[in-house]
Design a protein around this ligand. Structure first.
Ligand SMILES: [Zn+2]
Length: 113
């Protein structure tokens, strides 16, 4: 249930950003999650609703974008999409793998006035 903790942290960022920008209310919050963050959008949204209650973002619509995972082999440099059944590089079999995309967790934008 890490959604609750993430929702609390992101809602704090949203309200602080809105205050700094002088927003009276936040209409929309666009959030990006990498696939590896393994967020359940419905659970996250419920947790976020709770976290923004009685704040400037209370009525904000939430838009969640999931960024697909992508890995890069350190040995041969090939890029590939992970699959659950195999570890290592698709091309050379190396286990030295970097995560290029999939661990993102950030607020893309906040809309309001
Ligand atoms: Zn490789």
């Amino acid at each position: 249930m890490h959604e609750l903790k993430i929702a609390e942290e992101l809602s704090a960022i949203v309200t602080a950003t809105a205050e700094n920008a002088g927003l009276k209310k936040v209409d929309r919050v666009n959030i990006c999650f990498g696939q590896f963050v393994q967020i359940v959008p419905a659970i996250f949204e419920a947790a976020f609703r709770e976290a923004v209650r009685e704040s400037v973002a209370e009525k904000a619509a939430l838009s969640i974008e999931i960024i697909p995972a992508e890995l890069r082999c350190q040995s041969c440099g090939s890029l590939f999409i992970p699959d659950d059944n195999r570890n290592g590089c698709r091309t050379c079999g190396s286990q030295e793998i970097n995560v290029v995309h999939g661990k993102e967790l950030f607020i893309k934008s906040i809309e309001g006035d």
